[in-house]
Design a protein around this ligand. Structure first.
Ligand code: CTP
Ligand code: MG
Length: 224
């Protein structure tokens, strides 16, 4: 089937505390969003990229990459899930979608290969096993207990699903008013079980100011 990449890029990057949305900050003279888009454009198995951006995004016009025959720009929404949902309205239901955060420029083709190989009808996501010791706290920040990290994972993106399934699952999550931070959550709430595929830990989501230097370092190190 056709693979359509969906790139949600309509966030404001509040935790980054920068003077513009984080996807428009530069690493090596290129915006984070351009790094991400170029890495997806250079991947031969992606048919089209749907980019969800904020309404009246003043930075969009600074992307020298656009317009591009393989990139379709759509309006994002108030939440990440809304942005993905809006993008999905433009996708053929027989396609599979690869949803990837604009804020993850360090994705490698090797990890994309691992993900798109899967045959699970409920889809799959890249993830890394938790390595830190995890504490659960009460409301006064005192430790209540230590969690068993053995079956805990960090969810990454891309996340890969049949377009029709993700659309139905996100629609249901919307109807139920569920707050979800990734696409797999919608599939889980829908009663299905996406597969976890071990991904690289350098596929970080640039979230806080200190993540910028780390992503810059990874981008120089990687043979992508
Ligand atoms: N995103 C989106 N639409 C939204 C919110 C987020 O398309 N309404 C996108 C972001 O642009 C980002 C990805 O979803 O590429 C992951 O979200 P996150 O890291 O939370 O980005 P922001 O929401 O921009 O950051 P913050 O939560 O710190 O404000
Ligand atoms: Mg956010």
């Amino acid at each position: 089937p056709k693979i359509i990449a969906i790139v949600p890029a309509a966030g404001i990057g509040s935790r980054m505390q920068a003077n513009k949305p984080k996807q428009y900050l530069k690493i090596h003279n290129k915006t984070i969003l351009e790094h991400t888009l170029e890495q997806l454009l250079n991947y031969p198995h992606i048919d089209t990229i749907i980019l969800a951006v904020a309404k009246n995004d003043p930075y969009l016009s600074t992307l020298t990459l656009l317009p591009h025959s393989k990139i379709q720009v759509v309006l994002g929404g108030d939440s990440r899930a809304d942005s993905v949902y809006n993008a999905l309205q433009n996708v053929d239901e027989k396609a599979w979608v690869l949803v990837h955060d604009a804020a993850r420029p360090c994705i490698t083709h090797q990890d994309l290969d691992k993900l798109i190989k899967i045959t699970n009808p409920s889809g799959a996501i890249l993830a890394t096993p938790v390595i830190d010791t995890l504490k659960r706290s009460n409301l006064t920040q005192k430790i209540v207990q230590t969690e068993d990290r053995n079956q805990l994972w960090h969810a990454l993106t891309p996340q890969f699903f049949p377009a029709k399934l993700l659309k139905q699952a996100l629609q249901q999550a919307k109807n139920q008013g569920l707050e979800i931070t990734d696409d797999a959550s919608a599939i889980e709430q829908y009663g299905l079980q996406p597969l976890l595929i071990v991904g690289r830990s350098d596929n970080i989501k640039i979230t806080r100011p200190e993540d910028l230097a780390l992503a810059e370092f990874y981008l120089t190190q990687q043979h992508r």
